[in-house]
Design a protein around this ligand. Structure first.
Ligand SMILES: *[C@@H]1O[C@H](CO)[C@@H](O)[C@H](O)[C@H]1NC(C)=O
Ligand SMILES: *[C@@H]1O[C@H](CO)[C@@H](O)[C@H](O)[C@H]1NC(C)=O
Ligand SMILES: *[C@@H]1O[C@H](CO)[C@@H](O)[C@H](O)[C@H]1NC(C)=O
Ligand SMILES: *[C@@H]1O[C@H](CO)[C@@H](O)[C@H](O)[C@H]1NC(C)=O
Length: 482
């Protein structure tokens, strides 16, 4: 009897274990099937539109060498760091550590100028001594140029660089600007999601950049670029890399002069040339306000991430800036910011001579892509562009050309609201992953009809690179729309 009961209990236990195992395998299977369907849906959209011609894309400004290093290798945590702190520029190693702590704990990207070249060179040499360190071509404009060229566009890049860096860039890219003796270097200090540094842990994978640029902030390729643009009007002009001017020690008035040069380059374009401005991490409020007056009114399209839209929104709506924002904002929050920005920029631009009407905004975040286009404007294929941007985000961060479901996670909920106040709920349809709808925005007395598209991102769970992500993603989104 005793033996029999033991046997029964044992059997029941085994059956239970098997059932649990089947349950888990099934739910694992269901999850994998969902991801597979989602990837399939996105890829179908991405491949729906083939480019039939080679669009001419001209991209300003700058190039550099990016030196990558793991934060944990380069920066040791010590108690001396104390309170994390924000600095406009980095003058000592301690300031670097305090400033790094400030952004790391929020998982927010940051970019800072380091005036002391000796200190900067020492840091770069130290970074290069780690076996995990490697270098690539960097700079927003250059990365966008590489991406547009890979997508089959005729690309001109405005940048000054050394012969040796020039040789590393594919010959199909036409580089104008001339030669320099020393390339600008950006030291890219990377960390992964959940990395621990002293008392802090990072909310997401991201990077902190320091630089000691001599060429990029001065846009030394501006005039040479002008000559090319006058001879050959591009289909798309991209303005990027202006954040290198942030907190840069210019002689009085020089920066305004440079920005006016950029503005003229924009206003000189024919109406058929689309103009895109790629935002970046700006911390100097004065520069951001200058951009709002001198650059943004003359762009047809804006591209930015979740930090940059929070910053621009605060600058235009409140007149202050935000250094760090939520690194995983709700879709409703971002869509509301996009609506407000579109309205504010339209309203302001009306009173500005030679301004263009903003007709496109693309916001890329870790978990999703959101694109607004004004209906009837020159931008096409918004749904496919959102899908392509989403796939590019995953591929870039995972550093792979195909999407591997074992390294992909969907962090969006099953549905999302279109606005914080009185939004409509939209269910995420795995088989039709990009949700698009029309909305009418009342701007002063005019009704502006826009198309809104939101695509989920398959977040890469084994992040290999984060810098340059935004540039790849923005370009991938643009290429299907021109
Ligand atoms: C620049 O950094 C070097 C190396 O850390 C240091 O010796 C020097 O005093 C610094 N110069 C200034 C002006 O702070
Ligand atoms: C900017 O101003 C608004 C309104 O006064 C305020 O709510 C917000 O906290 C401020 N943001 C920053 C970053 O100072
Ligand atoms: C992003 O751009 C860089 C520079 O062109 C490139 O090395 C990288 O592979 C790109 N990422 C993807 C996903 O194509
Ligand atoms: C939200 O909806 C309520 C009820 O329909 C309405 O009274 C209110 O004005 C709406 N709020 C906004 C901001 O549209």
């Amino acid at each position: 009897m005793e033996y029999n009961r033991g046997l029964k209990l044992g059997t029941a236990f085994t059956v239970l274990i098997v059932l649990v195992a089947i349950y888990y395998r099934n739910s694992d299977n269901i999850l994998q099937k969902r991801l597979q369907a989602l990837i399939h849906g996105l890829e179908k959209l991405e491949n729906k539109h083939v480019m039939t011609s080679r669009p001419k894309v001209a991209i300003g400004y700058g190039v550099c060498t990016d030196v990558y290093v793991n934060a944990k290798d380069l920066l040791g945590y010590t108690d001396e760091i104390g309170q994390p702190q924000h600095y406009d520029e980095i003058n000592t190693e301690l300031e670097l550590l305090k400033s790094f702590a400030y952004y790391f704990r929020h998982g927010a990207a940051a970019e800072r100028y380091m005036p002391n070249r000796t200190l900067f060179d020492e840091l770069v040499a130290k970074a290069r001594s780690f076996s995990s360190s490697y270098s690539t071509i960097g700079g927003n404009a250059a990365i966008m140029a590489l991406r547009f060229a890979r997508e089959g566009c005729d690309v001109t890049l405005a940048a000054k660089l050394t012969k040796s860096l020039h040789q590393m860039i594919p010959q199909v890219i036409n580089i104008v600007g001339g030669e320099v003796k020393r390339d600008d270097i950006h030291l890219v200090i990377e960390y992964k999601h959940g990395d621990i540094w002293g008392p802090y842990s990072s909310a997401r994978a991201n990077r902190y950049i320091v630089h000691n640029d001599a060429n990029n902030p001065r846009i030394s390729s501006l005039d040479a670029f002008d000559k090319v643009l006058l001879k050959d009007e591009p289909n798309l002009l991209v303005i990027s890399g202006l954040q290198m001017m942030d907190n840069y020690p210019f002689p009085d008035g020089d920066r305004q002069k440079l920005l006016h040069g950029v503005k003229r380059q924009m206003t000189d374009r024919s109406a058929s040339t689309k103009i895109h401005f790629e935002m970046a991490s700006f911390v100097e409020d004065k520069l951001l306000f200058e951009l709002c007056d001198t650059i943004i009114p003359f762009a047809d399209s804006l591209g930015m991430n979740e930090q940059e839209i929070a910053n621009l929104y605060n600058a235009m709506y409140y007149g202050n800036i935000s250094l760090v924002a939520n690194s995983t904002p709700r879709i409703a929050t971002v869509l509301d910011q996009m609506r407000t920005l579109l309205k504010l920029i339209h309203t302001r631009s009306k009173t500005i001579e030679n301004s263009r009407e903003l007709t496109r905004i693309h916001v890329h975040t870790l978990a999703y892509q959101a694109i607004f286009t004004v209906k009837g404007s020159m931008w096409k294929n918004t749904m496919a562009a959102a899908a392509k941007a989403s796939l590019t985000a995953h591929r870039h961060v995972c550093a792979t050309s195909h999407v591997d479901i074992n390294k992909a996670a969907l962090i969006l909920d099953d549905s999302f609201s279109t606005s914080i106040v009185n939004g409509t709920r939209i269910a995420l349809d795995i088989n039709k992953p990009v949700s698009c709808w029309d909305e009418t925005l009342k701007i002063e007395s005019k009704n502006v009809v826009i198309q809104v598209c939101v695509a989920p991102v398959l977040v890469c769970t084994e992040a290999a690179q984060t810098a340059g992500g935004g540039d790849n993603i923005s370009s991938a989104g643009l290429v299907l729309q021109i």
